[in-house]
Design a protein. Structure first.
Length: 262
C-alpha cells in the first residue's frame, strides 16, 4: 500500500521538534510516496521551494496565504511570487486559500477576504493550477466564489468539516474532499468519511496539527496511513482499496509525476 499526504506544513512540523532527515525517513518507512507541503506565509515560500528541489518527486509544493490574516499580509507580493514559481513549474497548486469566519467576525474584514479569495480563484484559472481551499464556517460564501473556477481546474476542500450535505454538494461539483488523520477522533470528519464517495476523497495530515494519536501532540506525514485505515473501517472497505483510490486521486488532483503501485 502506498499513501500521499496531500497537505502538511513542513516548517511548522520542524519547529515542533522534528528533524528533516528523520521526518523523511519515517514517512518513507510508512510507505508515503509523496508529501504536499503547503506554506502559507510569504517568507516561507523560498525555503519550501528549496525543499521541493532537494527532494524532487517526493516533496511537492503549493503556496497560499491564511484567510484569517489576508488583511495583515502583502497579497500583491504573494500573488507575484506564486505567479513566478508557477511559471518556473515549481508548484503543483495554489493554497491553502479561502475564507475563515471562525476567527474573523468583523464584516469589513470578511468582505476583504471575499475580494482576496476571488483574486486567488482568478490566479488559479490563469495558471491552470488546482486550488486548495480553507473554508471554516464560511461555506455559504465560499461555494459561490468557487463557481468562478474554470471547469478544467481541480479543487480540494482541505481538512473539510462542513455538513455532509455541503460536502456532497462539493463532491457533486467534482471537488475532492480531504479527510485528515484526525478522522480517528473527530465526529465531523467521520461523518464525511462515511457519506462522501471514496472516488471524491484524498487524505492528509495537516501536520503538525490534527494528530490521530491521543498521546502524540505533533502530527507528521508518516501518520497519514491512519486516515486510510480509519476511512476503511468507517466505509467497511479494505485499507488497500482506500489507499489505492485516495493515492490515485491525489496523483490526478496535483498532476504528480508518479504512478501508484499497489
Amino acid at each position: 500500500m502506498k499513501y500521499i499526504d496531500t497537505h502538511c506544513h513542513i516548517k511548522h512540523t520542524l519547529k515542533k521538534g522534528a528533524k528533516m532527515s528523520e521526518l523523511i525517513a519515517r514517512a518513507k518507512k510508512a510507505n508515503v510516496i509523496a508529501i504536499i507541503d503547503s506554506p502559507v506565509y510569504i517568507e516561507d515560500y523560498s525555503e519550501a521551494i528549496a525543499l521541493h528541489r532537494k527532494y524532487a518527486n517526493f516533496i511537492f509544493t503549493t503556496l497560499g496565504l491564511p484567510p484569517a490574516r489576508y488583511h495583515e499580509l502583502d497579497v500583491d507580493l504573494a500573488i507575484k511570487k506564486i505567479h513566478k514559481y508557477a511559471k518556473d513549474q515549481q508548484i503543483v497548486g495554489i493554497g491553502e486559500v479561502g475564507l475563515d469566519y471562525y476567527w474573523v467576525k468583523d464584516q469589513k474584514t470578511r468582505e476583504n477576504q471575499h475580494k482576496v479569495f476571488s483574486r486567488f480563484v482568478s490566479l488559479a484559472n490563469e495558471l491552470k493550477l488546482p486550488l486548495i481551499i480553507h473554508s471554516r464556517d464560511a461555506e455559504a460564501n465560499t461555494l459561490p466564489i468557487l463557481e468562478k473556477v474554470n471547469n478544467n481546474i481541480d479543487v480540494v476542500m482541505h481538512s473539510f468539516a462542513a455538513s455532509p450535505e455541503i460536502a456532497l454538494e462539493c463532491a457533486d461539483r467534482g471537488y475532492y474532499i480531504s479527510i485528515p488523520t484526525a478522522v480517528t477522533n473527530r465526529k465531523k470528519h467521520r461523518k464525511l468519511a462515511k457519506k462522501i464517495p471514496l472516488e471524491s476523497l484524498v487524505i492528509e495530515t495537516d501536520s503538525p496539527y490534527l494528530s490521530p494519536l491521543a498521546n502524540k501532540k505533533r502530527n507528521e506525514p508518516a501518520y497519514v496511513p491512519y486516515a486510510a485505515k480509519e476511512i476503511a473501517k468507517i466505509k467497511e472497505l479494505s485499507e488497500e482499496e482506500v489507499a489505492r483510490v485516495t493515492t490515485q486521486n491525489a496523483i490526478n488532483l496535483f498532476q504528480l509525476p508518479l504512478r501508484e503501485k499497489s
